[in-house]
Design a protein around this ligand. Structure first.
Ligand code: CTP
Ligand code: MG
Length: 170
């Protein structure tokens, strides 16, 4: 049980960092180059930038490097690459869906903001999780991951809001 919890932290840390770092290092050219979709609204919006995307993946993988060195398990590094990329893709997918639903940039959506990034991280890292994080692939562990992720995301965004990094606390 306790081992499972350590496994959970090792798995979650890279995508969490990938998802959080863009708030600090993001900005600049938006991924959608300010283009609009068929519905006349922005494809993704100004909240998704290349700098944020790259910073997220770099820092997420950096955590994976630390885990690799600490546990001398190269698969931890490989998993962090997939989970960090997955987290950023999930975040982008969330903004895409929010724009199609006519949510303005920054408007909160529980599923899109707090849950989708980790769902994508798990789906994309799944083949490696079968090797490295098998214990996390039960319904119980996956449900716990969603609950922890929701709570962590709320806490981190409230902190980011207090620090003045984000205009809104979500
Ligand atoms: N950010 C970024 N690039 C990314 C993701 C995030 O630059 N790929 C930065 C943006 O400055 C963004 C902030 O991190 O405003 C917070 O990210 P997020 O909450 O995901 O974006 P929102 O601005 O809330 O926009 P959306 O409504 O699309 O979620
Ligand atoms: Mg947001």
């Amino acid at each position: 049980m306790q081992m499972d919890f350590i496994q959970m932290i090792l798995f979650l840390l890279p995508p969490y960092v990938a998802n959080a770092v863009p708030v600090i290092f993001g900005g600049g050219v938006p991924i959608d180059f300010k283009k609009t979709a068929w519905d006349g609204r922005r494809i993704l919006g100004d909240g998704k930038t290349y700098k944020g995307l790259i910073a997220g993946i770099v820092f997420g993988v950096a955590i994976g490097v630390v885990e690799y060195v600490a546990f001398s398990n190269f698969l931890l590094l490989l998993t962090s690459i997939l989970s960090s990329i997955g987290a950023m893709l999930g975040d982008i997918a969330g903004s895409f869906i929010k724009r199609r639903m006519n949510f303005e940039r920054g408007k909160p959506s529980l599923v899109m903001d707090q849950i989708l990034f980790i769902v994508f991280a798990i789906i994309i890292a799944y083949p490696l999780m079968l090797q490295t994080f098998q214990s996390l692939l039960s319904i119980g562990s996956l449900s716990l991951i969603l609950v922890i992720t929701y709570i962590m995301h709320r806490i981190m965004n409230i902190i980011a809001n207090i620090l003045g990094l984000k205009k809104v606390p979500w």
